[in-house]
Design a protein around this ligand. Sequence first.
Ligand code: HEM
Length: 128
Amino acid sequence: DGKALFTTNCAGCHQATGQGVPGAFPPLAGHVGNLLAAQGGRAYVEHVVLYGLNGKISVNGKTYNGVMPAFGQLKDADLAAILNYVSTSWGNKLPSGQKPFTSAELAKYRQDKKTPAQVNALRPKTVK
Ligand code: HEM
């Protein structure tokens, strides 16, 4: 399930609590909902898990300039389950009107073939 997949694949950096590690790994708790609510944010987080991410980002006023590996080796259904877990855990909620992530959505973005830097360029500019 999503929790088990998160524990195996993501918690080593973002922590089981979703709090991340200051200066190194950004928090997902209290933050993913903001990404999802922003224009283009849902497609962005799907690209992050498929292709990874690097380059500068700012989360709650703190700068990160790290490297997140790609998880495109996981199945579409597993990536959807992970995103459903992170978007509904630690107080996070899917923005109203958004449905749970589906494997069909991930399969669609898997056709894009982005680099981690290109994923950074997809990040909503309104999330600081
Ligand atoms: C960034 C989720 C695994 C390190 C992010 C972001 C998301 C995310 C949504 C974007 C945050 C934002 O733009 O505000 C996940 C999920 C994972 C995972 C769901 C498991 C599938 C990992 C792992 C590492 C990691 C294993 C460490 C090896 C990072 C780093 C960033 C990041 C360093 C910021 C990259 C930068 O500064 O450009 N993660 N992550 N993540 N993640 Fe992950």
